[in-house]
Design a protein around this ligand. Structure first.
Ligand SMILES: C[S@@+](CC[C@H](N)C(=O)[O-])C[C@H]1O[C@@H](n2cnc3c(N)ncnc32)[C@H](O)[C@@H]1O
Length: 234
């Protein structure tokens, strides 16, 4: 997976180009994973520095290696820090799929505002739920999905928090399917080669549970929104 979110290569490149176009001096990616989007912005903003924070050391390690391989290690730092402990401000803050680090959308959007320098931007990505979609098997849907906002609700929340919406977009159905398939791919490829391994039954059961929830439960109703939000100048 290039991203731990439903985001295609082409879509990520378009977002990174748009974010870099605003000439951020610094980029702060909270819940960065391996920080791929931050690295893509830094590649397009050659004077910018980046700080990625996450609590998963393995993912941070992948980000550090990628930064070295792409000649960005002088400008990109990855720290093992919980989101709530971050103190820095930046021209561009990124937070994709990590609202839970703050306790949900409302708390995340409020906390992240303090990290965006006045006049700067927040690129925010999180799950959506289509309340009009008729789910065939609600018992297969992860319970917290039912509490997710729809796109209008997420944008309204951002506006109520004080942001100016600059660009509103969503993951396409193809990006969502691709994300789920990639999520399962490691285990399914492994099962193809190790059908009789002692761990195979456990791995197969977990993959089948996830695939059933995706295809019979939340596919079509679950979505993902990407908001580019401005913090008005003081
Ligand atoms: C769905 S992943 C998204 C990763 C990345 N933003 C991306 O789009 O590829 C959520 C990330 O949040 C991180 N995370 C979870 N709790 C956190 C916390 N309290 N502080 C910082 N990061 C956290 C996870 O380790 C994970 O990398």
């Amino acid at each position: 997976m290039s991203f731990n979110a439903p985001l295609s290569e082409a879509h990520a490149d378009a977002i990174a180009a748009r974010l870099a176009y605003a000439h951020p001096v610094d980029v702060l990616d909270i819940g960065c994973g391996w920080g791929e989007l931050m690295l893509r912005v830094l590649e397009r903003a050659p004077d910018a520095t980046g700080l990625g924070v996450d609590t998963d050391e393995e993912l941070l390690g992948r980000g550090r290696i990628a930064a070295v391989e792409r000649g960005l290690s002088e400008r990109a730092v990855f720290l093992n820090t919980p989101g709530v402990a971050v103190e820095q401000q930046a021209d561009l803050v990124i937070c994709v799929g990590a609202s839970h680090a703050f306790g949900g959308n409302a708390a995340a959007l409020t906390a992240l505002m303090q990290h965006v320098r006045p006049g700067g931007r927040l690129f925010y990505g999180d799950g959506l739920w289509d309340p009009a979609y008729s789910v065939k098997q609600p018992d297969l849907v992860w319970e917290d999905f039912f509490e997710l906002p729809d796109l209008a609700g997420l944008v309204d929340l951002a506006v109520a928090t004080g942001y100016l919406p600059l660009f509103t977009e969503t993951a396409s159905p193809e990006e969502l399917d691709d994300f789920e398939s990639r999520y399962l791919a490691d285990d399914e490829e492994w099962l193809l080669r190790h059908p009789n391994h002692p761990r195979a039954a456990h791995v197969r059961a977990a993959a089948e549970d996830h695939r059933r929830r995706w295809l019979h439960g939340y596919r079509g109703a679950f979505g993902f929104g990407y908001l580019t939000l401005g913090r008005p100048s003081a």
